[in-house]
Design a protein around this ligand. Structure first.
Ligand code: HEC
Length: 171
C-alpha cells in the first residue's frame, strides 16, 4: 500500500514537472514569435534572409531531380508505366484515352496529332523532364482542368523511372 502511494506521488511529481516544462516552452515561444507589434517588426527586419532560404531550397530540388533522373532505372520505369497504360500507348502517334506518349520527353505539350486535348497544357510549353515530373506528381494541380484522370505518382523515384523509360524508347 505504502509502495503504491510512493509510486503514485513520484509519477504525479514527474507529470507535473513535464507539464510545467511544456507550458514554459509554450510561453517562451509565444513571447518570442507572438505579440503583433514584435511579429511585424521581425518581418520587416528579416525578409531578405527568408527569401534567400526559399531560393536555395528551390534550387536544391531542381538539382536533386536531375540527379535522380540520371540514376533512374528504365526497367523499373517500365513497371511504373503499367499505371499509365490503361490510357496511354507508346507506339508513334498512337492515341488512346490519352495522347500518344512516344517521344513526349522534350516534345511540345498538346502536340500529338489527332488527339482532342482539353487545353489545360496551354502554359506548359515543352515537356522537359522537370515539367513532366511536376505534372506527374499532381496532374490536376499542375494543369488545372486537365482531363487526365490520374492521381499522380507520389514517389519522386517512380516519376524519374517512368520518365527515363518513356525517354528511352525514341532514340
Ligand atoms: C485515366 C487515364 C490516364 C492515365 C491513367 C494516365 N493518363 Fe496521362 N493523359 C490522359 C489524358 C486524357 C491526357 C490528355 C489531358 C488533357 O488534354 O487535358 C493525358 C496527358 C498526358 C500527358 C501530356 C501529353 C501531351 O501530349 O501533352 C503526359 C505526359 C501524360 N499524360 C503522361 C502520363 C503518365 C506518365 C501516366 C502514368 C504515370 C499517365 N499519363 C496516366 C489520361 C491518362
Amino acid at each position: 500500500m505504502f509502495d503504491t502511494m510512493t509510486l503514485t506521488k513520484i509519477t504525479a511529481a514527474l507529470c507535473g514537472a513535464l507539464l510545467i516544462f511544456l507550458m514554459g516552452s509554450w510561453v517562451a515561444e509565444t513571447v518570442y514569435h507572438g505579440g503583433g507589434g514584435h511579429g511585424h517588426h521581425a518581418e520587416v527586419v528579416y525578409p531578405p534572409e527568408a527569401e534567400g532560404t526559399d531560393d536555395a531550397i528551390a534550387e536544391e530540388e531542381t538539382v536533386d531531380f536531375a540527379e535522380i533522373l540520371a540514376a533512374a532505372d528504365v526497367s523499373k520505369g517500365e513497371k511504373v508505366f503499367k499505371k499509365c497504360s490503361a490510357c496511354h500507348k507508346l507506339g508513334e502517334g498512337e492515341n488512346g484515352t490519352g495522347p500518344a506518349l512516344y517521344g513526349v520527353v522534350g516534345r511540345a505539350a498538346s502536340a500529338s496529332d489527332g488527339f482532342a486535348y482539353s487545353g489545360a497544357f496551354a502554359e506548359v510549353g515543352t515537356w522537359t523532364p522537370e515539367a513532366l515530373q511536376a505534372f506527374l506528381e499532381a496532374p490536376k494541380k499542375y494543369a488545372p482542368g486537365t482531363k487526365m484522370a490520374f492521381n499522380g505518382l507520389k514517389k519522386i523515384q517512380d516519376r524519374a523511372n517512368v520518365i527515363a523509360y518513356i525517354d528511352s524508347l525514341d532514340d
